[in-house]
Design a binder for this molecule. Structure first.
Ligand code: HDE
Length: 671
């Protein structure tokens, strides 16, 4: 151990004192250095997206995208481009819970040989507002209210909904945040979207409009609201833990990159403006071309050095990727560098290891706070003769970035195009695309959020606003929060739906799902062990939960180690529950409030539940009575409940159970 000057430290537990019981001396440089450094450990948290965590990985393109873009990292399937991804919530502080209802940030830094490219996206493909000048207002409205700093990490309060009702361009994104997308099951199971319209430019100079999509290989899955709220207390780190543990276990998160492209000539062919960030390009109209895959395979070494200090910026582009005139994007292009200057303390944040390009970089920018590199020599300006004009700009052929020469004509006005005026058609499109259970969740979310709003007037304004989306939705919200059901018929006439928007149509996979196996002494070893092995073979992760840590012994004297207890675990932290047989074990579980609550909550949260032999009685004790008494020698499978009685071979049971887990949730279950 040394001081920061490299001096070896002989002692690190006692400050230097005048006598053993005397005052500390000013000359104690070691104490002063240690304490001063500690006093300065914090930097300002991000104004939005403060709560986040990341991982390293790589990106590979499936086939050359030369026809569409000259971006080097999209040319060669043999090239692995290193990436760092930071996932985040938007509203909460750095220490807030992961599972709050919110959009999630999904920011990717590609360390390409042509410089860093940042795709700074969200898990929702649209945004609340259309023009960046409104961003400070939006953020002020959803942050804790200034007079009492409440509530934390939540939009369920008056100012946010007042903003919504008075800025109705928010309608579409509000539908998304009130949907299941607002409470993802895992960072590994959510989509990412670049949101804005960007441009691809190929080496012939031909440009196309492009939108970026990340599609998780495990599909898009969510929690239910009650579960998300409980997890916020039981494990506020739920999403970062899930990401960390998956990578540690070798279950590397994977996302395919997709692009939607529109030819420049087709810019005006749509019934929405493609520059409007409150609009999607429905996938059925503009297909998503899958072009590559990102794999996250390495956890960070130090969260501060990496997640906290990483500086993303939508303006970090490479040749072949350019901007559009989306007024939200244009404003972002200013804001991100500006925020890093205060957050990271000066203009040299590109020298922080996580932000450093992997290719060489040199220019005449010098000095400033925290300069790391030592610029040598006499010359720090361009053009010069003393250094033979070095470094000099590169031509386009040499890889120099040349902005796409879009022809612009117009008058300077503070205005918005009329083509940005329709706020409700796509909100309705989203609603039309939901299944019945997804619609119920949206209604429930509105009732929860607006139920916490104190102003009756704001509540009524919001209901009246969403009457423009769907009269049935507005009426259901109104009933739940005790305001008037609107009578005016102003519902959007949009009849379209987009199956790609419903999570019911997503990829379903059992891989990496967590199953709690509840048992006590006297459990059936065959039930527990052989089912667990089969689950593991399907990529599922079972954990044994019991009343105490240590070893549990089966009815035939075999041992199993307990992973967690009813005190340290909870059903909300698992995707499914399994109760193996064994008379003594089942009796003890039946007599315990904790184990009964565990099973009952899993049932109420629509999760797969498996039970073998006496384990079925534990389900009955939890008031789960669907499983008939006479399943002797058979496997029962209905609404995510899978049970078996006196069957020697658990293959069929395990297969059904795995299928039930794969389904994610069983909405047909009446709760
Ligand atoms: Fe951001 N946003 N944003 N944003 N944003 C920030 O930059 C901003 C927007 C997004 O993990 C800030 O470094 C403006 C849309 C992510 O480090 C700040 C506008 C989308 C992250 C900022 C938007 C995003 C940020 C705060 C309206 C999805 C976290 C700290 C024009 C496409 C990145 C920081 C990370 C962070 C400004 C809207 C995504 C203040 C002005 C739309 C994922 O610069």
């Amino acid at each position: 151990m040394t001081t920061n000057q490299g001096l070896k430290i002989s002692e690190d537990e006692h400050s230097l004192k005048a006598g053993e019981r005397g005052p500390t001396l000013m000359e104690d440089f070691h104490f002063r250095e240690k304490m001063t450094h500690f006093d300065h450990e914090r930097i300002p948290e991000r104004i939005v997206h403060a709560r986040g965590n990341g991982a390293h990985g790589y990106f590979e393109v499936y086939e050359s995208m030369k026809e569409y873009t000259k971006a080097k990292f999209l040319q060669d399937p043999d090239v692995k481009t290193p990436v760092f991804v930071r996932f985040s919530t938007v509203a909460g502080s750095k220490g807030s819970a992961d599972t709050v209802r919110d959009a999630r940030g999904f920011a990717t830094k590609f360390y390409t040989e042509e410089g860093n490219y940042d795709l700074v996206g969200n898990n929702i493909p649209v945004f609340f507002i259309q023009d960046a000048i409104k961003f400070p207002d939006l953020v002020h409205s959803f942050k804790p209210e200034p007079h009492n700093e409440m509530p934390q990490a939540s939009t369920a309060h008056d100012t946010f909904w007042d903003f919504v009702a008075n800025n109705q361009e928010t309608a579409h994104m509000v539908m998304w945040t009130m949907s299941d997308r607002g409470i993802p099951r895992s960072y590994r199971m959510m989509e990412g979207f670049g949101v804005h319209t960007f441009r691809f430019v190929n080496d012939q100079g031909k440009a196309r409009f492009v939108k970026f999509h990340w599609k998780p290989v495990l599909g898009v899955h969510s929690l239910v609201l009650d579960e998300a709220l409980t997890i916020a207390g039981k494990d506020p780190d739920y999403h970062r833990r899930d990401l960390w543990e998956s990578i540690e276990m070798g279950n590397y998160p994977e996302y395919e990159l997709g692009v939607q492209m529109i030819d420049e000539e087709d810019e005006f062919k749509f019934d929405f403006d493609i520059l409007d960030a409150t609009k999607i390009w429905p996938e059925e109209d503009v297909p998503v071309k899958i072009i590559g895959k990102m794999t996250l395979n390495r956890n960070q070494d130090n969260v501060f050095a990496e997640s906290e200090q990483v500086a993303f910026h939508p303006g970090h582009v490479v040749p072949g990727i350019d901007f559009s005139n989306d007024p939200l994007l244009q404003g972002r292009l200013f804001s991100y560098t500006d925020t890093q200057l205060i957050r990271l303390g000066g203009p040299n944040f590109h020298e922080i290891p996580i932000n450093r390009p992997v290719c060489p970089f040199h220019n005449h920018q010098n000095d400033g706070y925290h300069r790391m590199t030592i610029n040598t020599g006499q010359v720090s300006y361009h053009k010069n003769s003393l250094l033979n004009n070095d470094p000099r700009p590169a031509s386009e052929e040499e890889g120099g970035y040349v902005h796409y020469q879009e022809k612009i004509e117009g008058r300077k006005v503070r205005a918005r195009s009329e083509s940005f005026e329709d706020h409700f058609s796509q909100a309705k499109l989203f609603w039309n695309s939901m299944t019945e259970s997804e619609k119920e969740h949206i209604i429930g979310a509105f009732r929860f959020e607006l139920g916490k709003v104190k102003s009756k007037d704001v509540q009524q304004q919001v209901v009246d606003m969403f009457n423009h989306v769907d009269a049935g939705l507005a009426a259901e919200i109104a009933k739940g929060i005790g305001v008037d059901i609107p009578v005016e018929n102003v519902e959007s006439s949009c009849m379209k739906s987009s199956p790609a928007l419903s999570q019911e149509n997503t990829v379903k996979s059992p891989k990496t799902r967590k199953v709690a196996v509840l048992l006590e002494d006297g459990f059936s070893y065959v039930d527990a062990k052989s089912a667990m092995e089969k689950l593991e073979n399907a990529g599922i992760v079972p954990e044994v939960i019991s009343s105490a840590l240590g070893i549990k012994t089966s009815e035939d004297g075999k041992e199993i180690e307990v992973d967690k207890t009813f005190l340290t675990a909870d059903s909300v932290l698992y995707d499914a529950v399994y109760v193996p047989g064994g008379k003594q074990s089942a009796e003890k579980l039946k007599a315990s409030f904790d184990s009964i609550a565990f099973v009952a909550h899993a049932y109420n949260h629509f999760k797969a539940i498996g039970a073998g032999n006496e384990g079925i009685q534990v389900l009955r004790e939890a008031n789960i009575n669907e499983i008939p008494m006479d399943i002797e020698g058979k496997v029962y499978f209905e609404k995510g409940l899978v049970a078996t009685q006196n069957v020697n071979d658990l293959t069929a049971f395990s297969q059904e159970f795995i299928q039930a887990i794969t389904a994610h949730r069983h909405w047909s279950r009446a709760v």
